[in-house]
Structure formats: structure tokens, C-alpha cells
Design a protein around this ligand. Structure first.
Ligand code: PBG
Length: 323
């Protein structure tokens, strides 16, 4: 009789035949930064997550490094009076993000810094692009995204990560970076980004929810997987270095299909809503947080993700030490 249970008998055996091993090297830690000093504000819908003023952000980045985390992704909270429809503050060389990049590169030089390219935190309309007559303009927005990406490269970003889902932006950003001599600055493309309600807590954190309508004319329909492959092919052709699927948990099949379709590294974004579900249930005592966290992150890697953006990064790094 065949007995698969033979290989599950002891922990040593299970470890020996384990197919997927999550490590701290796989993790990118997304961080929220805000103006001010000495500030560390709770994000109510994301238990254990904070928005940091720049001085305290540096402590958090150091703490991440001490846990072995090698990369962070920066997201800014922009004061209301700096927001406009054109996202003008997004390419201000003295803005919050470039100041944060420079400070991190000075204080924690080894840390890989990834910056978000999109207008929503800077948009008075809460959209990822410029709005005209209720429509999101594509090419006009791409021109602004290019300026934003160039400014971030100038400030020292290692990777820029366009999360806006405008057509043609990866190619436009790659061309502009190359022309300006930033040949080593990479593009982590949000290739398959879905119009998802799982982003709710993130929009609380950055006060960036759309002021009208939704994001369905640019972010993808949750029902589509073949369309993800189309987006991926375009981003590869346009020069992406890493392809991202977002959200992750409800889209593991998409991660799996993209992985089979490409030789580029695949990233998964374990988004704010996925984090909030686990935190909320754990707070009620309904699930074991540590185990569910590791099981969830491992499922993303098993599906094909080489890299995982997760608000659990520090907790996971800690848990993996004794795993
Ligand atoms: C915006 C952006 C969003 C997230 C990352 N970049 C929100 C959105 O598209 O509305 C969501 C991340 C998360 O939910 O954790 N370009």
C-alpha cells in the first residue's frame, strides 16, 4: 500500500520534503510616511501599522533591517492643501518622498528603497490619474508619472513601482530613466492590479479614497485572468524588471498563471484588506495569528511569488527565525 503519511511522520521529515520555504529575503515592507516630527499615528483599520514622520520612519527602517528585511516600499500621506487634480506635488524634488528616500539612503544605506509611482496620494480627486469631465486621462497622466519617476530616481530610489494602471506607463518611464542615465533604476510594475475592495484600509491610511466613482476604468476586473497575461506581456515588452499581482490572496491563480508565462520575478502584494482580515480575527481570538500569517504568505510563494509585499514583514521575519 502507498502511504503518503510516511513523509509526514516527524518534523524533520516534513522539513526535508517541504516544497516551499518562505524566508525573510522574500519580503518587502510597505511603510507610510507623513510630514511632522516625532509622530507615529495608528492606522485604525490596520492594527499594528502606523504612519511615521520622517524621523521615526528611520527608526522603523532600522528595526526592519535588524530583522533581516532588505527592502521597503514607501507610501506618503500628503496634506490636503498640497493636493490638486494634476498631482503637481508628486514630482516636487523637495517633497516628502524624495526627502524620505534621501534620509533612508543616508541612515540605512543597504536598504533597498522602492517608491510608488501614481497620483492618488497627491490627487484632490483621489484618483491615480488626471480627471477631466469625470474621465481619467491616460497619456496626460503618463507624462506626470514620468516626471514623478525621474524625481524619485534622482533622489536615490532603487526601484520605481508604477501602481496606477495607465496604459504605456512602463515603457514611457523606462525610456525616460534610460535617457536621463538612470539605467540601474529598476521598474517593479504593478502589472495585474485589480479594482479591489481589499484596498480600503490603505486608502484610510493615506486618506486617498476616490472622491467620485471607482477605479474600474483603469484597474482590472476581478473576474479576469487572461487579461492579466495581456497586461504582463505589455509590461515585459515595455521593460519591466519585476511583475506584480495585486491583491494576492484572492488572486493566487493569477500569480500561478503569470509565473508559468514569464521568466521575470513575480511579486505579490498582500494588501491592506488581507492584513486587516487576519488582524481583526486574531484580535477576537478566532484564529491563531502567527500561524495564519505564515500559512498565507507561504501560499503566495507556493503559487509562484518570488517577492511578497506585506505589512506583516516584521512579524513574519521574527516568526521565521524560530520556524
Ligand atoms: C495606489 C495604491 C493603492 C495601493 C497601493 N498603491 C490603492 C489603490 O489603488 O486604490 C493599495 C495597497 C493596499 O491596499 O495595501 N496607487
Amino acid at each position: 500500500m502507498r502511504r503518503p503519511r510516511r513523509l509526514r511522520r516527524t518534523e524533520a521529515l516534513r522539513r526535508m520534503v517541504r516544497e516551499t520555504v518562505l524566508t525573510v529575503d522574500d519580503l518587502i515592507y510597505p511603510l507610510f510616511v507623513m510630514e511632522g516630527e516625532g509622530l507615529r499615528e495608528k492606522v485604525p483599520s490596520m492594527l499594528g501599522c502606523f504612519r511615521y514622520s520622517l524621523d521615526l520612519l528611520l527608526d522603523e527602517v532600522k528595526a526592519a533591517q535588524d530583522l533581516g528585511i532588505g527592502a521597503i516600499a514607501l507610501f506618503p500621506l500628503i496634506p490636503h492643501h498640497q493636493k490638486d487634480n494634476g498631482g503637481g506635488a508628486s514630482y516636487n524634488p523637495d517633497g516628502l518622498v524624495p526627502r524620505a528616500i534621501r534620509a533612508i539612503k543616508q541612515a540605512v544605506p543597504q536598504m533597498l528603497v522602492i517608491t510608488d509611482v501614481a497620483l492618488d496620494p497627491y490627487s484632490s480627486e483621489g484618483h491615480d490619474g488626471i480627471v477631466k469631465n469625470g474621465q481619467i486621462l491616460n497619456d496626460e497622466t503618463v507624462a506626470v508619472l514620468v516626471k514623478q519617476a525621474l524625481m524619485q530616481a534622482e533622489a536615490g530610489a532603487d526601484f520605481v513601482a508604477p501602481s496606477d494602471m495607465m496604459d504605456g506607463r512602463v515603457g514611457a518611464i523606462r525610456q525616460a530613466l534610460d535617457a536621463a542615465g538612470w539605467i540601474d533604476v529598476g521598474i517593479l510594475a504593478y502589472a495585474a492590479k485589480y479594482a479591489s475592495a481589499y484596498y480600503g484600509p490603505f486608502r484610510d491610511a493615506l486618506d486617498s479614497a476616490p472622491k467620485f466613482g471607482d477605479k474600474k476604468t483603469y484597474q482590472m476586473d476581478a473576474a479576469n485572468a487572461r487579461e492579466a497575461l495581456k497586461e504582463v506581456e505589455l509590461d515585459i515588452a515595455e521593460g519591466a524588471d519585476i511583475l506584480m499581482v495585486k491583491p494576492a490572496l484572492a488572486y493566487l491563480d493569477v500569480i500561478c498563471r503569470i509565473k508559468q508565462h514569464t521568466n521575470l520575478p513575480v511579486a505579490a502584494y498582500n494588501v491592506s484588506g488581507e492584513y486587516a482580515l487576519v488582524k481583526a480575527a486574531a484580535q477576537q481570538g478566532w484564529i491563531d495569528e502567527r500561524t495564519v500569517m505564515l500559512e498565507t504568505l507561504t501560499s503566495m510563494k507556493r503559487a509562484g511569488a518570488d517577492v511578497i509585499l506585506t505589512y506583516f514583514a516584521k512579524e513574519a521575519a521574527l516568526a521565521l527565525r524560530s520556524y
